[in-house]
Design a protein around this ligand. Sequence first.
Ligand SMILES: Nc1ncnc2c1ncn2[C@@H]1O[C@H](COP(=O)(O)OP(=O)(O)OP(=O)(O)O)[C@@H](O)[C@H]1O
Length: 262
Amino acid sequence: MHSFLSSLKITPFAILDILLLATIIYQLYNLLRGTIAANIFIGLAFIYLLYFIVPETKMPLLAGILKKVVDVGIIVVIIVFQQEIRKFLLLVGKNASLQRNKAWWQYFFGKKEVEKNNYARIKPIIDACKSLKQTKTGALIVFAKYYDEQFYQNSCEVMEARISKRLLESIFQKTSPLHDGAVVIAENKIKSASCILPLTEKTDLPAQFGLRHRAGIGVTEANEATAIIISEETGELSYAKQGRVKMNISFAELEKLLNKDF
Ligand SMILES: Nc1ncnc2c1ncn2[C@@H]1O[C@H](COP(=O)(O)OP(=O)(O)OP(=O)(O)O)[C@@H](O)[C@H]1O
């Protein structure tokens, strides 16, 4: 035991190695938590475990089949977890560069100035949400950190419009041809409206969550995006980020969240 411990060298790289691995496992856990993919992952982990146990029990047929399954395991993992791998890579790549830009901006222009600019940017959105809540008009507003043309444009009406309270109100009016689906905001513009988004596959959501909420959560799982969901039934505001949702948030909370994320 002593010689085992003394053979372990704790170098800075070993610590970095452990920290990186822990971060990757944590991000994977976040991506898979509460989804069907989590059950598939457990199933695959179980098969992998059997692959190690069965040869010890001298059952050649089962061992042979398990070996064949594990041999093509990596291909199975890539196919089954295609969406999750995409989300994970997006998270690793795009988020890192965005945070860096924000930090540089704050360094040069000071935090106060950034907050002031941000408030001017988010005010029309908050005002629109207040009015939509009051009139119980259902709405879904997505804030995409990167506007993935391929992802959004196939299912959306392209807008490229300046953000304004009245425009957002008009889009979500029940008589508007664009009211069905989501508005996507990116690059400080309303990029598109009437977007059909992927629905979350989560099975542990509140019973009152229908398609609008599922789409709002789904888009934040598939993309580097956040979403405001206004319920037509109750007028309640929810905020989705990285596949998780905060329900019944106040406007003060919304302002804080948008200040941070938009
Ligand atoms: N895939 C989708 N992408 C974007 N929007 C969608 C999608 N599917 C449905 N919607 C929007 O959700 C509306 C239907 O909402 P539904 O009543 O099922 O949702 P909900 O989550 O219960 O919200 P509410 O509380 O407003 O009823 C549709 O009219 C449409 O505008």
